[in-house]
Structure formats: C-alpha cells, structure tokens
Design a protein around this ligand. Structure first.
Ligand SMILES: [Zn+2]
Length: 210
C-alpha cells in the first residue's frame, strides 16, 4: 500500500474543495490562476499534503489539479510531470500546517480583503469586536470578544512572509497580505469554508459601511 494513500473521505473532501474553489471563482475571489488551496490527508504524518497545481485557471479547476507534495513543498513522485509545480505560495500553507491543527487551507484574492486592509493603513493587527459573526470563528463564543487579524505587507519573499505570519499565528485562523488577499484555515474543509466566508463577511461589513 502506498505511503501516500488517499482514503475515500480524503477523496470526498477534495471533491468538496473543488466545489468551494468554483464558488470562490464565481464570487471573483480567484480570477485567472489566482488563489491556492491545500488539504492534509487523513493518514498524513505532516509529510504529505494535497495542494492546487500552479497556473491552473480556477474557473476550470478540477480534482485532477490537486497534486501531492512533501513537507518541503516538493511534488511527490506519483504526481510529478514535466513543468508541474505547486503554487509559489506553498510556503504559507506549510507554515499553517506546522503551527496549527489545520487540515485545510484556503487562499483568496477577494477584493474585500484588499479594501479592508486599505481602511487600516499602517496597522499590523486589525481588531474587530461587536459583531455577531465573530462567533463563526472557532474559539469565539460571544460578539463581545475581540478578533485580531494579522496584516502583512505584500512580498514575493514567501519564506520571510511565512516567518512573520508564524509569529502571529495564535491570533486568528487566518491572516491578510496587503494588496494581495487572505489566507485562512480550519481543522476540516467545512471549518475552513466557514472561516473564509466569515472573514469575507466581516471585510464586507467594514468596506461597504465606509
Ligand atoms: Zn496569492
């Protein structure tokens, strides 16, 4: 039996993620080849992740566009093809799996996430309180708690961006990159989806109100 085996539950989760990616594309969150998504298979010991292949238009993204990578982001033999590679932003996913109990990571280029950052120039931790939807973020039980969302300047140096994000990982199941987008996660595909939709809802609240 392969050490990089996918269970039926994994297959179901990956098909569900394809549906989420198509929904995100329909909402304009990942135009063209933007955005990337990953999943930790049930039998993975941290050395096996499924991630979206780089350069695939998200409007036609399918199950076959998930490829297996190791803990360093290298494509595993079973999925190797000439020119095939995982996203340039794979390092951000790897960091989230290393530091949290995430089993699914979603990266969105939603316009609301960019506009939300623009409302808070110079801030590296944006605080949100008083909104009922905060409770949709795991760990929050009342609207009176404060959610702190880390924000970083955009950079093509993913390694340094990952290290910055690692230091703030305790604040929220996600972080923002200015002019770029949102990375968020959950311990299941459902939880990651809920967090993505909640963050986008909160971003819309502030950007449409302003
Ligand atoms: Zn991106």
């Amino acid at each position: 039996m392969s050490m990089h085996e996918l269970t039926q539950n994994d297959e179901d989760n990956l098909v569900f993620m394809v549906e989420i990616i198509r929904q995100m594309n329909a909402r304009g969150e990942n135009p063209g080849t933007g955005g990337n998504y990953s999943y930790r298979p049930e039998k993975s010991k941290g050395d096996f992740l499924m991630i979206s292949e780089s350069g695939v238009d998200k409007g036609v993204f399918g199950r076959e566009h998930f490829i297996g990578i190791d803990e360093k982001g290298e494509v595993l033999p079973l999925w190797q093809k000439p020119g095939r590679k995982s996203s340039a932003e794979t390092g951000l996913h790897l960091m989230a799996y290393e530091e949290t109990n995430a089993n699914c990571v979603l990266h969105s280029h939603s316009l609301e996430s960019l506009w939300f950052c623009d409302l808070f120039p110079g801030k590296d931790l944006i605080d949100i309180t008083g909104l009922e939807m905060i409770k949709a973020i795991t760990g929050f039980t009342t609207h009176e708690e404060t959610l702190y969302i880390p924000v970083f300047e955009n950079s093509q140096d993913i390694a340094s961006l990952s290290e910055k994000a690692r230091k703030t990982i305790r604040h929220a199941p996600g972080f923002l990159i200015r002019g770029h987008g949102l990375t968020c996660w959950g311990n299941s595909v459902w939880e990651a989806k809920r967090h993505l939709e909640t963050f986008n809802y909160l971003f819309q609240y502030f950007t449409k109100r302003s």
